[in-house]
Ligand binder design. Sequence first.
Ligand code: SF4
Ligand code: SF4
Ligand code: F3S
Length: 264
Amino acid sequence: VESAKRVPVIWLQMQDCTGCSESFIRTTHPKLESVLFDMISLEYSEVLSAASGHQVEEARRKVIEEYAGEYVLAVEGSVPKNAEYLMVGGVPAKDVLLETAAKAKLILAYGSCSSWGGIAAAGPNPTGAMPITDIIKDKPVIRVPGCPPIAEVMTGVIAHVLTFGTVPELDAQGRPKAFYRHRIHDKCNRRAYFDSGLFVESFDDEGLKQGYCLYKVGCKGPTTYNSCAEMRWNGGVSYPIQSGNPCIGCSENAFWDMGPFTTR
Ligand code: SF4
Ligand code: SF4
Ligand code: F3S
């Protein structure tokens, strides 16, 4: 990748919390400086671009024309059905997305918001939040869900795209199999306790101190596909279950509505 031409990337933010950008910039393998200075040319980012306002919107349009069919579009956040809920530079964000997607080589849906609708789509979904795949139908979209996704998963997917120039092998839901083929439950460090019937019953009990399985306190690991139990977070240090928290299924569709944040 290092010797190849840096690929232009436009990173749009729709209805988001910037957590996916925050995760991305903490990548350790590869390091962020290697991603930004050797692999990609980040042409537009609400968080990282020095320019703002009309200047940066003009730069985005220039990239669309000069690198038509070559640039990668990364999208963080969901799209509101009601256009007035999200405007960028005086234009509905949905139109900015469609304009930028039209000439992109391929599109990365970074995070559960752009992949599934995410937090903004949680009931009663006041903005009519949609995943980007609801409005982009004519381009390959790679879903990289998680709230946020693991940094090294985000950079791993883009590294594949840049190295091979192709969409990686995807599962039935459009996620790269390399990172989403296993359930958390299958690789969990507490799995032996599940198999032995040893469970945490409440968050202050002896079972928690012993590191027992978190299934009875709401763990969604058995139905969640992600790399947390294998790759872990913060450069491989830990992940929610290892730290004593049940998996909340943050990479799965509609996870906000399946608890533990809601009683619906
Ligand atoms: Fe934030 Fe999660 Fe949405 Fe990413 S997926 S923008 S971390 S709410
Ligand atoms: Fe499965 Fe969760 Fe128990 Fe781990 S803590 S074994 S993922 S139910
Ligand atoms: Fe999310 Fe579960 Fe991993 S909550 S961070 S998928 S352990």
